[in-house]
Write a protein that binds this ligand. Structure first.
Ligand SMILES: *Cc1c(COP(=O)(O)O)cnc(C)c1O
Length: 381
């Protein structure tokens, strides 16, 4: 029988301490191991050091994958996975709203390898179908999306792709495997920035690719050439962090629902974007493919408040760039994550200058509410 999520988080993939029988995994830092034939020889850049192999088991178990690899960053995972399944002459379809770094990789790098691409509204069926070509090899999605928490229909997209012999890849960073497991809906490859929820304490950069044995063989053969493995000290720290993944994400998800409802009621907020709200146009779709609605939400601040003053007035909630940590953070997508887009592109995507993205932490919601109340009053124009 498959183990429960908390049990997987705590136990799957711990390295047994055979010498001292300690309670936690020993850290193996060797870069040189006894040579046991090429197949078996261990070397960190071959992604097969003891700590890497064991953490990969935990990740595979969480994503219901056959196999996984741990990378030095989310981008190392994304780029290696893409170049494992794409070659010169191929075409890739990407969801319009994806992580900026992924977009840059496609636009700035992939063209140099002769890989063609289109960004499409993947929820617009006729637009998606009209962009399919005989050379289309991959459809790439990210759901919920950043920063407006739009939901992509995972099952419909993977069905369409399968019918056309196309592979699918999903960036599952925002939901985490606690709230969403895309492989269960027919997606071929899942990637993560483990820098966010998996690490969870804003102190680790890492990435994950998870898929079938056959696809992971291909990913491994590129990965060892590109050399994007995670250092074993950090692999160990990530394993330690992931023991509390389910507890953290559950609390963040519960908090996000409470805060989304609070913000929706507030006279200082124009609109809240959170898939857990009945007012979210894709609430039912989200409920059909997510176990929980996640810890990320966004909202449009009322024009009654000045946005800079609002950010300055928050005391508990930090104004910092990343997301997924145990601490609550906010940012202005216009000024940070989406600042490189033109005004026209931001307008088109619905990213307004008063938009606030909120990564909900594990703090007590009464304290988070108080912090917002105070910042709303202090920023009144
Ligand atoms: C942060 C992030 C990435 C990139 O991960 P890094 O660890 O910064 O390389 C990719 N996708 C999403 C959705 C992210 O939030």
């Amino acid at each position: 029988m498959k183990k429960g999520l908390n049990t997987i988080c705590v136990h799957t993939g711990d390295v047994e301490d055979k010498v001292y029988k300690g309670a936690v995994s020993p850290m193996y830092l060797s870069t040189a191991y006894a040579y046991e034939g090429l197949e078996k020889s261990m070397y960190p850049r071959y992604f097969n050091s003891p700590n890497q192999l064991m953490l990969a088991k935990k990740m595979a178990a969480l994503e219901n994958a056959q196999s996984a690899l741990i990378f030095g960053s989310g981008m190392a995972a994304i780029t290696t996975a893409m170049l494992s399944v794409l070659k010169s002459g191929d075409h890739v379809i990407l969801q319009n709203q994806i992580y900026g770094g992924t977009r840059n990789f496609i636009v700035e790098e992939c063209v140099q390898y002769g890989i063609d691409f289109d960004f499409v509204d993947v929820n617009n069926w006729s637009e998606l179908k009209s962009n399919l070509r005989p050379e289309t090899k991959l459809i790439y999605i990210e759901t919920p999306s950043n920063p407006l928490l739009e939901i992509t229909d995972i099952q419909s997209i993977s069905r369409l792709a399968q019918e056309n012999g196309i592979l699918t890849m999903a960036d599952n960073t925002f939901a985490s495997p606690i709230n969403q497991r895309p492989l269960d809906f027919g997606i071929d490859i899942v990637i993560h920035s483990a820098t966010k929820y998996l690490g969870g304490h804003s102190d680790i950069t890492a990435g994950v690719v998870a898929s079938s044995h056959a696809i992971m063989e291909k990913v491994f053969s590129k990965a060892k050439n590109f050399g994007g493995n995670l250092a074993d000290q950090t692999v160990w720290l990530l394993e330690r962090s992931m023991k509390t993944l389910n507890l953290r994400v559950k609390q963040q998800t519960d908090n996000a629902q409470i805060m989304a409802e609070f913000l929706e009621e507030s006279e200082f907020v124009e609109r809240v974007y959170y898939p857990g709200l009945k007012s979210h146009s894709q609430h039912d779709l989200a409920a059909s493919q997510m176990q929980g609605f996640g810890g990320m939400l966004s909202f449009d601040l009322s024009p009654k408040c000045g946005i800079s003053k609002f950010f300055e007035s928050l005391q508990l909630i930090k104004n910092v760039l990343s997301l997924g940590g145990v601490e609550s953070t906010v940012l202005s997508p216009e000024k940070t994550s989406h600042s490189l887009l033109s005004q026209k592109d931001r307008d088109q995507q619905g990213i307004k200058s008063n938009l606030v993205r909120f990564s909900v932490g594990i703090e007590d919601t009464k304290d988070l509410k108080r912090d917002f109340q105070m910042a709303f009053s202090s920023s009144l124009l």
